[in-house]
Each structure stands twice: as C-alpha cells, then as structure tokens.
Write a protein that binds this ligand. Structure first.
Ligand code: MN
Length: 213
C-alpha cells in the first residue's frame, strides 16, 4: 500500500518517459523495417508520453492557480495518451527478433490456456488476426486475462482507450494503427498482421500471464 504523503510527492513529481527498445531498431527486419520501427518508437510513442505528461501538467497547473479544471477535456486527453504510452510499452516487450526469441508457438501455461479456451493455437491465431485486421480505423488487438476467473479474452481496442474492460490484464498486443506499418506494408494491414506472428515473444507473454496471478 502506497502511503500518500502529498508534500513529499509534490516535491518529486514523476513523469512518464519513453522506454528503450529491448532490441536494435533493425532487429525485427524483415517483418518491421528499421525506418518503420525508429519512426514508430521515437516519434509516435514519444508523442503519447509527451501528451500524457502535458495532461498531468494541466491538472497540476489548475491546482496551483486554484482554478477549476475542464475535467472532461483533460480526462479524454489523459486516457488517450496514457493508453497510447502503456500499450506501446507492452507492444515493444512482446516482440523479439525472429528466431531469437520471436516466433514459433507458445508453451507452458500460456499454451494450456490458449488450447483450452480457443481450441487450438491455429484457431487462436485466426481469431486474433481477424480482430487485428478488422479494427475500424486506428487501434489494437490484445490478449488479456481476468485474474479472478483465469479466462482469456481477445480484445479489439479502438484508438488507445475504447473497448477496454476494467480489471482484464493485457498480456500481448498488436498495434494496427497505420503508423505501425504504413512504410512497410502501405494499405495492406493483413500482411502486417501475418508478419507479426514471426516476431511474437512468447516467453514474455508467458511471463505476463504468470504476473497476473
Ligand atoms: Mn503505434
């Protein structure tokens, strides 16, 4: 339990920062090019980090000036930008270079849960791919688990913050915003979705599952 000590916290306000990628920018080639990954991480993800910090600054500034906050506007800004930051942070970690931790099939508890609730890995792949390919506009496909019932669920998140379920914990995501694949695949999102399976870091997804308990 975190003890809320306002005076201490305000002296050391923490902000979000862009996490480093756990591999080189060219490590996911040929499935994601160096140019695509660099732009995605350094520019797009950074923009969500900045956006989230800017929204918190507005909250702090309103308090300092003792003015009423436009809560609706700031909350919208916050949920979009923190959602973007969190989802990208999960995404980089659930990828790995093909053949060096990326690709293949899940094992252990993750394989059990997938086989039990989706019938087979192949069937799970089809459903997840279909969820990713059919996101309207910008969004994500995600695999999540509810900690109380240990039941997995494939989510289709719009933007970074629509269609999320409270308490379901996200194990794995696939970013299908055009900014994630347009340089490499142009308008052909399903090709990017197919390529994704070559660079999934199943060990990481399994670790995420273990953390849910
Ligand atoms: Mn993205």
């Amino acid at each position: 339990m975190v003890k809320f000590m306002a005076s201490v916290i305000l002296e050391k306000i923490k902000t979000f920062s862009l996490p480093k990628l756990p591999y080189d920018y060219n490590a996911l080639e040929p499935y994601i090019s160096e140019q695509q990954l660099k732009l995605h991480h350094d520019k797009h993800h950074q923009a969500y980090v900045n956006g989230a910090n800017a929204a918190f600054e507005k909250i702090d500034k309103a308090r300092e000036e003792n003015v009423l906050l436009d809560v609706k506007a700031v909350v919208k800004e916050l949920t979009f930008n923190t959602g973007g930051h969190m989802l990208h942070s999960i995404f980089w970690e659930n990828l790995a270079p093909a053949g060096k931790g990326g690709g293949g099939q899940p094992s252990g508890e993750l394989a059990d849960i997938i086989n039990t609730f989706f019938g087979s890995f192949e069937r799970f792949k089809k459903i997840f791919s279909s969820a990713a390919s059919s996101v309207e506009g910008s969004g994500w496909a995600a695999l999540a688990v509810h900690p109380c019932i240990q039941r997995p669920l494939i989510m289709q998140i719009e933007k970074h913050n629509v269609n999320l379920y409270p308490n379901f914990q996200i194990l794995m995501v696939l970013d299908v915003w055009e900014h994630a694949y347009y340089l490499d695949y142009k308008n052909e999102r399903p090709k990017f979705v197919e390529a994704f399976w070559n660079i999934v870091n199943w060990d990481r997804v399994n670790k995420n599952l273990a953390l849910v308990k």
